[in-house]
Ligand binder design. Structure first.
Ligand code: NAP
Length: 259
């Protein structure tokens, strides 16, 4: 399918690896020019070069922490006029509800709620003026079904979801759509580190932890960054202009709910 977005410009935050990279790859395949971001320059450059040579699109890189004001400014400056924004960042650490103090919550809210909100506020005026824009936020299945050990993530991402729900309806008239994708377990470094946490907590091997988690998913496997990226690219396409303020769960059926 032609997604109709060839030549557009996208910022994809936290995109040298994992789900962000999956989104970058799918958008590059659709002919979108990219600004990629991650803290580590080496993996970022390697990803950028792979996408340039595979798809012939323009790929700029900004090695910076997207949760800092300087990082966000550098990414926005590199992009110029932004047509597509994919918000992403690392997830907060796991723990117990009793572990976290005010500083831990502030850090989680900064990274997973205020960072995407500030980027949205920065790009929305230009998108509305040009009467076209797509914003996709990578959140988590934990927004819909809280994950006990990810209380920081549950809290911060719920806050972002509320902001997006209200704001998406205020900007849709200008041709700008905002939606969230809620990943269940995907086969990325993040999944490996969560499996390691389960393995340690339960005194089982990492392979046993992975098998145990796969057994909880009706699809009996983890999702892939490729599948995730294809969904993101569709939400950024010309065909998705009537999808507004939605939360799309990609979890192999793991959340047991009718709607
Ligand atoms: P990942 O494989 O660990 O990749 C994370 C990417 O983000 C890397 O490119 C990393 O590069 C970059 N990054 C991390 N923190 C950053 C920061 N502060 N500034 C800029 N770049 C940053 O993670 P993932 O699995 O793709 O997860 C992406 C998001 O989805 C996370 O928020 C995660 O919590 C959420 N999620 C994932 C799953 C899953 O199963 N994978 C499920 C639910 C939710 P550098 O380290 O070099 O910065």
């Amino acid at each position: 399918m032609d997604l109709g977005i060839k030549g557009k410009t996208a910022i994809i935050c936290a995109s040298s690896k994992g789900l962000g990279r999956g989104c970058a790859e799918a958008l590059a395949e659709a002919g979108v020019n990219l600004v990629l971001n991650a803290r580590g320059a080496e993996a970022l450059e390697a990803t950028a070069e792979a996408l340039r040579s595979a798809y012939g699109v323009d790929v700029k890189t900004v090695a910076a922490d997207i949760t800092t004001a300087e990082g966000r400014e550098a990414v926005l400056a590199a992009a110029g006029d932004v047509d597509i924004l994919v918000n992403n960042a690392g997830g907060p650490p796991p723990g117990l509800w009793s572990d976290w103090n005010r500083d831990d919550f502030i850090a989680a809210i900064d990274g997973n709620m205020l960072t995407p909100i500030q980027l949205i506020q920065a790009v929305l005026p230009g998108m509305m003026e040009r009467e076209w824009g797509r914003i996709v936020n990578i959140t988590s299945g934990s927004v819909k079904a809280p994950i006990p050990q990810l209380g920081l993530s549950n809290s911060a991402r719920a806050g972002l979801t509320g902001f997006v729900a209200g704001t998406a309806r205020q900007v849709a008239h200008a041709g700008v759509t905002m939606n969230n994708i809620l990943p269940g377990i995907h086969a990325t470094d993040r999944a490996v580190s969560l499996d390691a946490g389960v393995s340690k907590a339960q005194g089982i091997t990492p392979d046993e932890a992975t098998a145990q988690r796969k057994a909880t998913i009706p699809a009996r496997r983890y999702g892939t960054a490729g599948e995730f990226g294809a969904t993101c690219a569709f939400l950024c396409s010309q065909h998705a202009g009537f999808i507004v303020g939605q939360n799309i769960v990609l979890d192999g059926g793991a959340i047991n709910a009718t709607i």
